[in-house]
Structure formats: structure tokens, C-alpha cells
Design a protein around this ligand. Sequence first.
Ligand code: FES
Length: 346
Amino acid sequence: MSHNVALSFADGKTLFIAVKPNELLLDAALRQGISLPLDCREGVCGTCQGRCEAGAYSQDYVDEEALSARDLAQRKVLACQTRVTSDAAFYFDHDSSLCHAEEPERISALVISVELVSGTTAILHLDASAAPRQLQFHPGQYARLRIPGTDDWRAYSFANRPNAQNQLQFLIRLLPDGVMSNFLRERCQPGLTLELEAPLGSFYLRQVERPLVLVAGGTGLSAFLGMLDEMAEKGGCGQPVRLFYGVTQEQDLCEGARLEAYRARIADFDYQPVVSQPSPAWQGLSGYIPEHFDRRFLTDQACDLYLCGPPPMVEAVKTWLDQQGLGEETRLYSEKFLQSASTRRG
Ligand code: FES
């Protein structure tokens, strides 16, 4: 006998599906025309996460980087790993419109350039103007890029906004020995064709109704650059915007001129780079990002806080909010970079 399951979304819509015995929640939704955002289908990337509000369920495999012990205690689930054992209700923290988006597209793009923007970071510029139409995505979402000549795919957040010319940017951390890093250093040439699949993910800027705090860890900055480009086009978003950009060492910092330019282009925008292990010469903020949050900014009016970076950084900020008693009123949206080979981002 099937179970009746309600899926509700951030825009207030609720959709109902029937889930067959032993059927995965994600598969049941897809079967009934609801495309929950997904990527790995293996319990690793965390893209399909939601929260169970009522009912009983079990999960097959949940990688600890996709959902922490605290997430599990809060009944967060991965739809690709969840089987319901009763009627149930789940909440997904994104608009229902993301579920009716067309399937991610696979397109080809030409390499324009690899721009070294710090000692450890590059921006890959791609030209997808030969694609049949403009690639539609929300800044903050990501694409999977196939490393030419291999079956290896890597996931990276877009570092710019959608545009009619289909020019795409991705901020990529250069690892000492990574398959994408080696490709960029050794084989990537202008004019080379690269295959990509997009859009993916459910991390994007919601309707801005409250002050924004954006927290980027390392190349997590990529997800925010497109959002800030959009705000800059409009002169702002109607609310104050504070960006914290954390790196390990100051030589990891990049896109400083672009961030500085946002100060002039986005009303009431400020950003702070924070270096966790600075050299003695570093004059800016050091340590961990939550140490530098302006408590008054966070408490004068409830904020929307967006986090994009490695899991320890995301968890550290969540823990800090709870310790400060701000976990309830702060609306939190997060995207974790994952370490597994097939889903690594940034
Ligand atoms: Fe479910 Fe990746 S699609 S965890």
C-alpha cells in the first residue's frame, strides 16, 4: 500500500505524492513530475536535502559531510536516500518552481581562458554562445564540468550571472594534485571544448526582505559573485549586505578589485576578508569568521544568512548562532563543499 506524502516548499506551496513501499522519496517525486534538485543520488552531495515534519522514515546512506549529526537530530533527510514507512510530510527550503525547472542541460562550451586570480585559485572562463539557447540558472547554483579526455566530472558554482552571450565563469581552487587542477595547469588551452551539465543545486538568493549576511569560505566565494553581480546591476537589493570572505592564508584571497567595486555599485554593501592563519604582515581580520560578526547587525533586525564553504566552516557558523541564541530568528541557507572525488566543488 502506498503512503501519502506532502512536500512543502519555501514559497508556501504544498504538493502531494504517493510513495510506493520501499520506494525512494526522490524517485517517487520524479515519477509524479516533481524534479527535486539533485546531483549525486548517492547520499553524498546534500543537494536533495529536506526536513521531515511528520511521519516515519529510514535513510539508506547519509554521508556525514552531507548531513551532520545535528542535522540528523533535526530530522533532516536526503530525498535520494529516504524511504517512508508511514504517511509523512517533508519541507524543502527552496521554492517549488525549482522542481519544475527543466532537467539540467548538457551543453558544450569553449575555453576562453584560465585566469590565475591568486596563488591557489583560478577563474575558468567559458564561452557557451554556440548552445541553442541561453543557459538559465540562479547565481549560487552550480554546474558539473567534465574534464576533457576523461570520465571525471567536477562540480563548481557559477561565478557570474546568466547572460545572453552565455559567457560562464567558475572560481576553482588549484590543488597540488587534483584532476581538474592538473588539467587547468597542463592541458587547458583557449578553444578547447568542454562538456558541462547545469543548472544544479538549490543554493540561490531568496526574495530579499531582511538584511543579508553572506559568508564565503575559500572558493565558496564563487556562489556569491553572481549574486553580487546581479545586485550591482540594480544598484543594491533594498537591504544592507555584509560579506565575510574567509581563507586560510592571505595569498589565497582573490577578486579583491571586484569586491571593492561592489562597495560603489551596491548600496550599503561591505565586505571583510578574514584570514585564519595569517603571516605577521597581515593587517586585516584574522581567526574565524563568527568571531567578527557584528552582533548588533544580527540582532537589530533578524537577518538572512547565506553560507557557502567547507563543512567545518558551515558547522562552526551554525554552532555559533545557536550558542548566541540567534539560531531561531536567523534564516539560514547553506551550501557545503564536499571532499568526495565526484562531487568536490571549489
Ligand atoms: Fe541526494 Fe546528492 S542527490 S545527496
